[in-house]
Design a protein around this ligand. Structure first.
Ligand code: HEM
Length: 489
């Protein structure tokens, strides 16, 4: 921008000087959550970098992020048209595509309604408060059995490999009305290859911004396209089966309810939002994808932290034993009585910040933030990792301490601090699966800490360095586990 293009009274964005062609790619490097946090200390909470020749505004600091995403929400609500996004869900993704505002809003509303109805439905079994609790509870118990069996057969297990199948089964239950065996190779292979998806869609992937990089051979990019193609084929097959067995009087799951919406709309001559059937039923693709990768990545981290902090693991188990006991499975209604578990989960969200940036945003018109001018169509990165590690908010941000979220009496959560953790975005694009995500996280963790004690394997020290991406994963590893019941007998 030339200085003359900046409206009177506003300032030009600060930021590092870009190199020709590549911009600031070298300074951003392989860990943008760290490099962009360091830059925020130098340039402030609103600054500009350049990736290739494209300017990108980076936002940090709770107040600045809140100002942009909530108070000026409309102006920051869009998505940029990044190269990789066109391969996700055939370019028709609710989360990643740059749909017109009206289309995106209508699809988001449909998705939220579908999720709400199919998670809060009454369960088949009166013992559960809702179908979501029933799914998670059954999958959690199954996961414990599965890990036990794998331990017996091979003496160790890869936590992500098994957790992801259990979590995928919960969302499959709501979206498709079915669950898969832990031995179903099609599902197991599909859900175990999300690493490259996250690597390509993470904020700051140079190929999204520098066109010539797309023509260089890239194993990651090839794997990314392959994952998207396989993922779409998997969902499309299930959708076709749903169309052929669809019965208006028996809506079985989210896919049926979206098909039903298309049918109803055809009858409604006054319908004013023009969205194709593909874009409506395709919502299930987003829900399934977002619904398994995020939660399983976080749960797998939680198991790794339990291993890294055995005294915290012991404390969590003792709280569970005192409050719930060992005779019955923990329930959602136990949550208020398990503050240490809640504090542990909040600290996992904060410390690991396994979704380090939101999905990139884009401005819908010329705007200003903290006195700086930001033109229309500017790509915006929101640094959640910085918000969660800001020393202005957190004491010793790099130390892992669930206690930081407990009130002085140790029996309740400090709600003000809990709300400062940012992992689901905020404002108009805030995650629509947040309530489901938090519920699943709590219940899976409750079942795991009640029954299993996780441990390191001799000669295999933990490596907790995250691998950067849309969701940051820990390196695949082998762990051990024993039943607490056996240890305590
Ligand atoms: C968007 C985090 C679980 C569906 C997002 C965003 C984040 C996020 C950071 C981007 C917000 C933005 O761009 O500003 C998480 C985390 C989860 C989780 C940490 C679990 C621990 C889920 C689940 C579902 C889901 C279970 C669905 C079943 C979505 C969708 C969007 C989204 C559809 C796109 C919203 C839009 O663009 O309007 N999530 N999510 N998420 N999430 Fe989640």
């Amino acid at each position: 921008l030339f200085r003359s293009d900046i409206p009177e009274g506003l300032q030009r964005l600060p930021g590092p000087k870009p190199l020709p062609i590549i911009g600031n790619v070298l300074e951003v490097g392989a860990n943008p959550h760290l490099s962009l946090t360091a830059m925020s200390e130098q340039y402030g909470h609103v600054y500009q970098i350049q990736i290739g020749t494209r300017p990108v505004v980076v936002l940090s600091g709770t107040e600045t992020v809140r100002q942009a995403l909530i108070k000026q929400g409309e102006e920051f609500a869009s998505r940029p048209d990044l190269y990789s996004f066109q391969f996700i869900n055939d370019g028709k993704s609710l989360a990643f595509s740059s749909d017109q505002a009206g289309v995106w809003r209508a699809r988001r509303k449909l998705a939220m309604n579908a999720l709400r109805s199919f998670s809060t439905l009454e369960g088949n079994d009166a013992g559960y408060s809702c179908i979501l609790e029933e799914h998670v509870s059954k999958e959690g118990v199954c996961l414990v059995e599965r890990l036990g069996a794998v331990m017996e057969a091979s003496g160790s297990f890869d936590p992500f490999r098994h957790i992801v199948v259990s979590v995928a089964n919960v969302i499959c239950g709501m979206c498709f009305g079915k669950r898969y065996s832990h031995d179903d190779q099609e599902l197991v292979n599909l859900v175990n290859m999300s690493d490259e998806f996250g690597q390509v869609t993470g904020s700051g992937n140079p190929a999204d911004f520098i066109p010539f990089l797309r023509f260089l051979p890239s194993r990651t990019m090839k794997a990314f396209m392959d994952i998207n193609a396989r993922f779409n084929a998997f969902v499309q097959k299930i959708v076709r089966e749903h169309y052929s067995s669809y019965d208006k009087n028996n809506i079985r799951d989210i896919t049926d309810s979206l098909i039903d919406h298309c049918e109803d709309r055809k009858l409604d001559e006054n319908s004013n939002v023009q969205i194709s059937d593909d874009k409506i039923v395709g919502i299930v693709n987003d829900l399934f994808g977002a619904g398994f990768d995020t939660i399983s990545t976080g749960l797998s981290w939680a198991v790794v932290y339990l291993v890294a902090y055995p005294e915290i693991q012991e404390k969590l188990h003792q709280e569970m034993k005192n409050v719930v006991g060992m005779e019955r499975t923990p329930r959602l209604s136990d949550k208020p009585d398990l503050p240490y578990l809640e504090a542990f989960i909040l600290e996992i969200f904060r410390h690991s910040s396994f979704v380090p940036f939101t999905i990139p945003h884009c401005t819908t018109k010329d705007t200003a933030l903290n006195g700086f001018f930001i033109p229309k169509n500017t790509c915006v990165f929101i640094n959640q990792w910085q918000v969660n590690h800001d020393s202005a908010t957190w004491k010793n941000p790099s130390s892992f301490s669930p206690e930081r979220f407990l009130n002085a009496d140790g029996t309740s959560i400090n709600k003000t601090d809990a709300e400062k953790v940012m992992l689901f975005g905020m404002g108009k694009r805030r995650c629509i699966g947040e309530a489901i995500g938090r519920t699943e996280f709590f219940l899976f963790m409750a079942i795991l800490v009640q029954r299993l004690r996780f441990h390191e394997l001799p000669g295999q020290p933990l490596d907790m360095t995250p691998e950067y991406g849309l969701t940051m994963k820990h390196k695949r590893c082998q762990l051990g586990a024993t039943l607490w019941a056996q240890e305590e007998a």
